[in-house]
Design a protein around this ligand. Structure first.
Ligand code: ATP
Length: 291
């Protein structure tokens, strides 16, 4: 039976500069006119889950400003996506993204709105769910708010997926997430290189997915470590690949697809997204036969 996906996370305006190569420390690079777009890992993953065919409810804090209006206008009427904004007397969060010609990127983000979400609000956001729904969370909110939402989700019988990354401390969250997803660098920082490389199992995590860019992903579960190769593509812009991956994975689980097939679809969606510029704009709509 098809279940919903609930995303409690951040929304931001991305300001994207294209450069011939990323600057080194202390160096200035020239860029053309910046491109503005919707972003934030919560928003991108909610959009990815909806485009993969899930019914998605997305809770996010925003300011009372033009940036918030831009985000609301962009998501209004999106198929399968219901947004519950938390308006704040603050500036909407934003990210400065530099993308070099080869597709690599660096990102700096503000978090004032995201960090304003209280534990009570985060937990309350999960109250409209049904057992078996999927709760998808990312780094962005405070550790305390993330933990509160995951704990409420666990109490309500949700399947929870946590895209975990520093500075979020996975320690207090280990027993609360059914699947953790981290990219290679994040997995090294949080769990150590032997876990990120597939040489040693993570402790206390039911399932850990380590994403490895063009090399695909590793799945750690009780039976050991499985290497999952990615489709080969010509990357144009890798920004948001991790979000396409996490959102599609959540949608697959909500739609009743088994974990391996959901991971395969997540890798197809993420590989496809790197062939186009942009973050959420690069995420294609998956149609059911692609599952
Ligand atoms: P980002 O921060 O750029 O959004 P990330 O660092 O969180 O991404 P990655 O491990 O780079 O995550 O990518 C996530 C997934 O996207 C990978 O596991 C892979 O399936 C897919 N992917 C990323 N880059 C490529 C690529 N060049 N070719 C094919 N698949 C890719």
């Amino acid at each position: 039976m098809s279940r919903g996906v609930h995303v409690v996370g951040n929304a931001a305006v991305d300001i994207i500069y294209r450069v011939d190569r990323l600057p080194r420390s202390g160096e200035t690079r020239l860029a053309g006119r910046p491109h503005r777009d919707c972003g934030g890992k919560g928003l991108n993953q909610a959009v990815a889950a909806a485009r993969a065919g899930a019914r998605v409810v997305f809770h996010a804090p925003v300011g009372r400003d033009r940036e918030a209006e831009m985000l609301a206008a962009a998501l209004a009427g999106h198929d399968g996506l219901t947004v519950r904004w938390w308006p704040r007397p603050l500036a909407t969060d934003h990210s400065i993204i530099l993308v070099e010609d080869g597709g690599e990127n660096i990102v700096v983000s503000t978090t004032e709105c995201a960090h304003s979400v209280s534990e009570a609000e985060a937990a309350h956001a999960v109250d409209g769910t049904q057992a078996g729904d999927v709760l998808l969370m990312q780094p962005g909110l405070t550790d305390a708010a993330t933990r509160a939402a995951l704990a409420r989700g666990r109490a309500r019988g949700l399947v929870s997926i946590l895209n975990v990354a520093p500075p979020l401390d996975p320690g207090p969250l280990l027993g609360l997430a059914d699947v953790m997803v981290a990219n290679k660098d994040e997995a090294v920082a949080l769990f150590g290189a032997p876990v990120a490389d597939g040489r040693h199992p993570p402790k206390g995590v039911a399932r850990l997915v380590v994403t490895r860019g063009a090399r695909g992903a590793l799945l750690w579960e009780a039976g050991g470590c499985t290497v999952l190769p990615a489709p080969t593509v010509d990357p144009v812009d890798t920004t948001g690949a991790g979000d396409a991956f996490a959102g599609t994975l959540a949608a697959g689980i909500a739609l009743g697809v088994d974990l391996r097939r959901a991971l395969a679809a997540a890798m197809r969606s993420a590989a496809d997204s790197v062939t186009r510029r942009g973050t959420h704009a690069a995420i294609a709509t998956l149609t059911p036969p692609r599952w």
